[in-house]
Write a protein that binds this ligand. Structure first.
Ligand code: MV4
Length: 445
């Protein structure tokens, strides 16, 4: 096992990685920008290294500074967390070149799966159902003929996009003409790659994702599924595990995900995203090659430590459990507490958190880097905490989460706590009537 690893991230996920490492007897080196000098991961890690100014480009995204921090402090491996460089093949490769183990998939895997058009090809070869659509398009003419074939509306997606970035719904041929050039130019400037493909647009699907873990030698297990349908502007708001599906469908989706991961000898933690329509048909959407924000929902219902498993696999150990050892018990809901004001269109709030009181009691887990007196820097995402509620059934988990949110006190900045209570109290949510358009359609937001 590693003796020391670099935690190449910040906030709650940095703390999460430090906790897993410590339980494995591994020393940790935190990195921090000048804006995070007083952050909890810096205090809790065994060592900490400043890697640059507040702007992420000069710190958490600065490859040379991160590599220097790892090498100078004698780390053997680097955990990238989520966001930042976690799905950057170049960073993974640079780690390897410096004899640092990248705790994640091989760089070639990140490349092949990170490109959404290429991921579609791999999924097709693995026999995974795809949304009707095209491969990479070489121009607007190709786009038009594919759109005719699958029928409008269609969704234009950037090959280099993902997670909702670089996507456009298109209703008519005229629309397509205009949007194709627009979207392609936008993708060129945002991702450095103008390539686009298109899919038949699915009306109000559910977002169901399968947590997988591979040993890099064709061995893959899954940890069942999460529903992440409740999103706002492609940002997940609330996630739950398991998703609300008939068990035979759940089994078939999971088998597809494992088939895809096994076909590419996947190594480490990954998430295979599917869209599920009203008829119960499911379609591959994309695969994420990182640990995800919502992983604790899965941890609560499986009682497995996914971050510890990532580290063990990176150190060359085999998968710690077989598929038969992974069993769902009960139901978990996770909410993201963001420093955003739901009364003012979710605008980010910055400033000092003057007081904080987290919920507790049976079945409650809080993952957070926030403490009383903490200043929320304006430079990064607005996630302050994740509250996860476990209970034997979904309706008990809803009650328990509502109870926990009413216990929660965060003073000094507006947060999304009241908004989560609104979702949890909604009759359609309680019935399990969730799909991508839920917040707009049922809450008018
Ligand atoms: C779609 C779609 C409808 N049809 N693809 C959003 C995130 C990205 N991973 C895939 N996304 C979507 N792809 C087709 N062909 C609708 C969405 C979508 C969505 C999906 C799941 C949960 C929330 C969503 C919100 C808006 C759009």
């Amino acid at each position: 096992m590693f003796k020391k690893i670099l935690v190449a991230n910040r906030g709650e996920i940095a703390l999460r990685i430090i906790r897993a490492a410590r339980e494995l007897g591994i020393r940790t080196v935190a990195v921090y920008s000048e804006a995070d000098e007083a952050s909890l991961p810096v205090l809790v890690a065994d060592e900490a290294v400043c890697i640059g100014p507040p702007a992420a480009n000069g710190s958490y995204l600065h490859v040379r500074n991160l590599l220097s921090a790892a090498l100078v402090s004698g780390c053997e491996a680097v955990h990238p967390g989520y966001g930042f460089l976690s799905e950057n093949a170049e960073f993974a490769r640079k780690c390897e070149e410096h004899n640092l183990v990248f705790i994640g998939p091989r760089p070639e895997t990140i490349e092949k799966i990170g490109d959404k058009a290429s991921a579609r090809l791999l999924a097709r070869e693995a026999g995974v159902p795809l949304t009707p659509g095209s491969d990479a398009l070489d121009g607007v003419d190709a786009a038009r003929s594919f759109a005719e074939k699958v029928g409008y509306p269609v969704m234009l997606k950037a090959s280099a996009g993902g997670g909702g970035r670089g996507m456009r719904v298109v209703h008519t041929p005229d629309d397509l003409e205009r949007q194709f050039v627009n979207a392609s130019e936008e993708a060129r400037s945002a991702f450095g790659n103008p390539e686009m493909y298109l899919e038949k647009y699915l009306e109000e699907p559910k977002h169901v994702e399968i947590q997988v873990m591979g040993d890099g030698q064709g061995g893959v297990v899954h940890y069942y599924d999460r529903d992440c349908s409740i999103q706002r502007r492609y940002q997940k708001v609330l996630e739950e595990a398991p998703s609300i599906l008939p068990d035979d469908l759940r089994t078939r989706i999971a088998a597809s995900a494992v088939g895809l991961a096994a076909s590419i000898n996947y190594r480490g933690a990954g998430t295979v995203e599917f869209l599920v329509d009203k008829h119960g048909d499911f379609y591959f959407s994309e695969m994420n090659t990182r640990i995800q924000v919502e992983h604790p929902a899965t941890e609560m219902v499986t009682r497995k430590d996914l971050v510890a498993e990532q580290i063990r696999i990176a150190a060359g150990e085999p998968l710690s459990c077989s598929q038969a050892d992974i069993v769902i018990d009960g139901h978990a809901i996770e909410v993201r507490i963001n420093a955003e004001d739901p009364e003012h269109n979710f605008r980010p709030t910055a400033g000092v958190i003057t007081d904080v009181h987290w919920p507790g009691g049976p079945g409650i887990r809080v993952d957070s880097h926030v403490y009383a007196g903490y200043r929320v820097p304006p430079n990064y995402d607005s996630l302050l905490a994740k509250i996860i509620a476990w209970a034997p059934t979904r309706s008990e988990a809803i009650e328990r989460m509502s109870r926990a949110l009413r216990e929660t006190v965060i003073e000094g900045v507006a947060t999304t706590v009241p908004f989560h209570l609104e979702v949890l109290g909604n009759g359609f949510y309680r019935k399990g009537d969730v799909y991508t358009n839920f917040i707009a359609r049922r809450l008018g937001r």
